[in-house]
Design a protein around this ligand. Structure first.
Ligand SMILES: *[C@@H]1O[C@H](CO)[C@@H](O)[C@H](O)[C@H]1NC(C)=O
Ligand SMILES: *[C@@H]1O[C@H](CO)[C@@H](O)[C@H](O)[C@H]1NC(C)=O
Length: 394
C-alpha cells in the first residue's frame, strides 16, 4: 500500500472514528450540521415511513364515525402544586401532573408534558408543524400522553406503536389576547436560556385547548423530534386557538437555544419539522364534510328570518300581480262594452246583425241603461279592489 493510500485510509478511519460517537451523543438542531435532514443519520427512526408531522389534505381524509369526542381528564384540577416551566433548548416545556389524562381512545393515556412549536415571529411564515391543505398555522401546541393501560412509564411506552397519544392544537394570531396562554408567556423571561427552569403557578390546562374537542383528524405517526419513535396516535383538532400578535412575538423572540454561559446567543426560533410523506397512511376525520358545514344557532335564526321575509315578499308580489291582472281584465271588459255601446256599431253598421236592425228606439235606450248599470257595477268593483281587505292581508 502506497503512502497516498495509507493517508486516505487514515482519513477515512478518522472520519469513522469521529462520526461513530455522534450516534451516541448528538445535540440535534432544526438547521445546520445536525439539522432535520441529517436526523436519520443519528436517529434511524427519523427516516421511517410513518413520520410526523404531515400535511392534512382535507379532501383526502376519510370520515370515521367511530371517532368520538376526546375528554381531557383532570386538566382543570391543577391543584396547588406549581408547574415547572423548562427551556430544553428545543422548545418550552411544562411537565404535567400524572393525574391528568385523556379519555376517548381505546386505552387510558396519562399526561406527560406540553410544549410549543413556532416560527420567527415576523409573520412572514408560520411555525406550526402540521399543515392543513399546505397551509401552516402560526404556532402549534402539543399535549403529550403515554398509554398507562399497557405500559408502566413513558420511557417504555414511547418506543411502542400504541404507546403515545399527542394532541395537536393549531395556533393562529388575531387581535385578542388569549389570557390562558399568558400563564406560560408571562414567565418566559425567567427561562431565556437552554436548561433553565422556573416554577409557575398551576393553571387550567384545558383553557389552552379549543372548545370543540369533537372535530379532529386522527392518524398514526411519530414524535416530531429525535429520536422520532413511530409511537404516536395523533389527534389534530379542527378548531384553531387564537392568540394575539404580541403574544406570538413574545414566544418567538424571548427564548434562546443557547445556554446562559455559551459564548454566542442563538434565538430559539423556527423549531418546527418539515411535513413528512404519508406513505400509504390514511388520515381519518371525526367529522364529515357536511357536518363541517353545520350551522350555528345564529345562522339558523338568520335563515328562518330570511325565509319568512322572502315568503312575505313573495305574497306581496303575487297579490300585486293578481290585482294588476284583474284590473287590466276589467279595463278590457269596460273598453269592449264602451265600444259595443257606441262606436263599433255606428262605424260599421253593415256588421250589425239583422235582428239588431229591427231594434226599436226604446229598446236601444234600454240597452244603454244596462251598459251604464254595468259600468257603475265595475266602478264599484274597482273601488272595492283598491281597498285592502283585511282577511287577505299577510
Ligand atoms: C454530549 O456531549 C456534550 C459535549 O460534547 C456533553 O456536554 C454532554 O454531557 C454529552 N451528553 C451525553 C448524554 O453524554
Ligand atoms: C394505527 O395503527 C393501528 C395498528 O396498526 C391500527 O389498528 C389503527 O387502525 C391505526 N390507526 C389509524 C388512525 O390509522
Amino acid at each position: 500500500m502506497d503512502s497516498l493510500g495509507l493517508l486516505i485510509f487514515a482519513v477515512l478511519l478518522c472520519f469513522q472514528w469521529t462520526a461513530a460517537p455522534a450516534t451516541k451523543n448528538t445535540t440535534w438542531t432544526y438547521t445546520g450540521l445536525v439539522g432535520q435532514s441529517e436526523w436519520s443519520r443519528y436517529f434511524p427512526d427519523c427516516g421511517g415511513t410513518s413520520q410526523s408531522p404531515v400535511d392534512v389534505v382535507t379532501t383526502q381524509t376519510i370520515y370515521d364515525p367511530s371517532l368520538i369526542p376526546l375528554t381531557p381528564l383532570g386538566y382543570s384540577q391543577h391543584g396547588n402544586n406549581p408547574f415547572t416551566l423548562y427551556n430544553n433548548g428545543h422548545t418550552v416545556v411544562i411537565e404535567l401532573p400524572q393525574w391528568m389524562g385523556l379519555g376517548g381512545l381505546p386505552w387510558l393515556f396519562t399526561a406527560v408534558q406540553l410544549h410549543l412549536h413556532w416560527g420567527s415571529g415576523d409573520l412572514s411564515h408560520g411555525g406550526s408543524e402540521h399543515t392543513i391543505n399546505g397551509l401552516r398555522a402560526d404556532a402549534e401546541l402539543h399535549v403529550v400522553h403515554y398509554n398507562s393501560d399497557l405500559y408502566p412509564d413513558v420511557t417504555k411506552a414511547m418506543t411502542q406503536s400504541d404507546g403515545m397519544a399527542v394532541l395537536g392544537i393549531l395556533i393562529v394570531t388575531g387581535e385578542e389576547t388569549n389570557l390562558a396562554f399568558n400563564n406560560i408567556l408571562n414567565y418566559l423571561n425567567r427561562i431565556r436560556h437552554a436548561d433553565q427552569k422556573v416554577s409557575i403557578p398551576a393553571f387550567d390546562v384545558q383553557s389552552l385547548l379549543p372548545k370543540d374537542l369533537g372535530r379532529y383528524y386522527r392518524y398514526n405517526g411519530s414524535l416530531t423530534t429525535p429520536p422520532c419513535y413511530q409511537s404516536v396516535i395523533w389527534t389534530l383538532f379542527h378548531e384553531r386557538v387564537q392568540i394575539s400578535k404580541a403574544q406570538l412575538l413574545k414566544l418567538a423572540t424571548f427564548l434562546c437555544s443557547s445556554k446562559a454561559d455559551d459564548d454566542v446567543t442563538i434565538l430559539l426560533q423556527d423549531n418546527y419539522r418539515k411535513t413528512q410523506p404519508l406513505n400509504h397512511r390514511v388520515v381519518f376525520s371525526s367529522f364529515s364534510a357536511e357536518s363541517g358545514k353545520e350551522l350555528s344557532p345564529g345562522e339558523v335564526t338568520a335563515i328562518v328570518i330570511g325565509v319568512m321575509c322572502g315568503c312575505v315578499g313573495l305574497a306581496v308580489i303575487v297579490r300585486f300581480i293578481v290585482k294588476t291582472i284583474r284590473f287590466f281584465k276589467l279595463l278590457h271588459r269596460e273598453t269592449v262594452m264602451v265600444n259595443s255601446s257606441t262606436s263599433s256599431w255606428d262605424v260599421l253598421p253593415s256588421n250589425r246583425p239583422t235582428s239588431m236592425s229591427r231594434m226599436s228606439q226604446p229598446e236601444k235606450a234600454n240597452e244603454k241603461k244596462q251598459d251604464m248599470a254595468l259600468n257603475s257595477t265595475s266602478e264599484a268593483e274597482k273601488k272595492d279592489e283598491s281597498l285592502p281587505s283585511p282577511q287577505t292581508e299577510p
